[in-house]
Design a protein around this ligand. Structure first.
Ligand code: APR
Ligand code: PHB
Length: 390
């Protein structure tokens, strides 16, 4: 088997890259270790920046997003039993679109199947080799048969636990990491959202977030301890704790119902540098992780593959290596900005027991500053709606 670009991983990064390359007339094969239903079953965030929506438009997969995505012109911060609105539209002229990562993934999968493009699902023992020279290969087993996929380039879109980053010689890569001392307990339920917009709540019992997927499906999160177990939380316990952490006017409007999904995720900041090793490019979670506060993960995956598709199009169509040579630095500039914002927003909103009373006073002072100063509010808003793609 031979292709121009072998993509490892069929998450949003791999699928969007495949769609953008197809538009540019570049041939790609995706190799994914899980099944398509498994990939679609993972519940992730759902706030899209304008640049992500633009890339999905460019890839020709934004039809349903245009119809069903919910435009949000702002968000609400809750603390001291009060709500404060951050008006993105007024402060930046921009908005975000609420549309689940599951929906993005499904739209990309359907478009790929409709175009007759090859995705190998349930590939086993995936390995990458030869990317330091001119003949990279991706090897895998499928239905008991060994396959070798020869290619010009490999795109490592296989997430944080993938094989591509792990295949780079340790001396060639530098990683930066921060692990937070708590997790997020998330619940998905078919109930209407408590508020029109998302609510990020700072509370002495811990952070809470009211998010949503549609007018009839809500996503809620609670800061929890790292050794907590989702099974320990009955639905009633979850709803009670959520309401305790929200201002009364929001708590009253929370509609409860049976959870469809309940899970705990740890919070991590992680960056691997560089993002290119010869003919291997890392993109999305394979190269970096942000804590979910601010919903930057999917947006960064999208901008990475936006830069990569552009660079590869220049390589094949204009015979120029400038775009692929600039790939890593271009991505990392944007990645570190999103890392900073996600770390800052996480640090501001969560309860950090070890920082003590002084740390809490600093958070309170900063929250008051944020909602009292248009300059501070604009700094939040412009990062939340997304910094421009250079
Ligand atoms: N071989 C093939 N595929 C693999 C391998 C492997 N060895 N290891 C992992 N994969 C697949 C996973 O099964 C998954 O489908 O790679 C895919 C990676 O997808 P994601 O983890 O969704 O990562 P990415 O596409 O970069 O999307 C980033 O996902 O984690 C969220 O917050 C993050 O929203 C962001 C988005
Ligand atoms: C989500 O809807 O899952 C979500 C939204 C915003 C965040 C994080 C997660 O900051």
């Amino acid at each position: 088997m031979r292709t121009q670009v072998a993509i490892v991983g069929a998450g949003p990064a791999g699928l969007l890259l495949g769609a953008l390359l197809h538009r540019a007339g570049i041939d790609a094969v995706i190799v994914e270790q899980r099944s398509a239903p498994y990939v679609l079953g993972r519940i992730r965030a759902g706030v899209l920046e304008r640049t992500t929506v633009d890339l999905l438009e460019e890839a020709g997969v934004a039809g349903r997003l245009r119809r069903e995505g919910l435009p949000h012109d702002g968000t609400e911060l809750a603390f001291d039993d009060r709500l404060h609105r951050i008006d993105f539209k007024a402060l930046t002229g921009q908005r975000v679109t609420v549309y689940g990562q599951t929906e993005v993934t499904q739209d990309l999968m359907e478009a790929r199947a409709a175009a007759g493009l090859t995705t190998v699902y349930e590939a086993q023992q995936v390995s990458v080799d030869g990317f330091d020279g001119r003949t990279p290969v991706v090897r895998f087993r499928k239905d008991g048969v060994e396959h070798t996929l020869e290619c010009d380039f490999i795109a490592g879109c296989d997430g944080y636990h993938g094989v591509t980053r792990a295949s780079v010689p340790p001396a060639a890569i530098t990683t930066y990491e921060k692990v937070y001392p708590f997790g997020w307990l998330g619940v998905l339920a078919d109930v209407p959202p408590a508020r029109e917009e998302l609510v990020y709540a700072h509370h002495e019992r811990g952070f809470a977030l009211c998010s949503q997927r549609s007018r009839t499906r809500s996503r809620y999160y609670l800061q929890c301890s790292l050794d907590d177990k989702a099974e320990r939380w009955s639905d009633d316990m979850f709803w009670d704790e959520l309401r305790r952490r929200l201002p009364a006017e929001v708590a009253q409007t929370v509609v409860t119902g049976p959870s469809i999904e309940k899970s705990i995720a740890p919070l991590r900041s992680f960056v691997a540098e560089p993002m290119r090793f010869g003919r291997l490019f890392l993109a999305g979670d394979a190269a970096h992780i942000v804590p979910p506060t601010g919903a930057k993960g999917l947006n960064l995956a999208a901008s990475d593959v936006g830069y990569l598709a552009r660079g590869l199009a220049e390589f094949y169509l204009d015979k120029s290596e400038a775009g692929i040579d600039a790939y890593s630095a271009r991505c990392l500039r944007r990645v570190w900005q999103a890392e900073r914002f996600s770390w800052w927003f996480t640090s501001l909103m969560h309860r950090f027991p070890e920082t003590g009373a002084f740390g809490q006073k600093m958070q309170q002072a900063e929250l008051a500053y944020l909602v009292g100063s248009p300059a501070a509010a604009t700094a939040l808003a412009e990062n939340y709606v997304g910094l421009p793609m250079a």
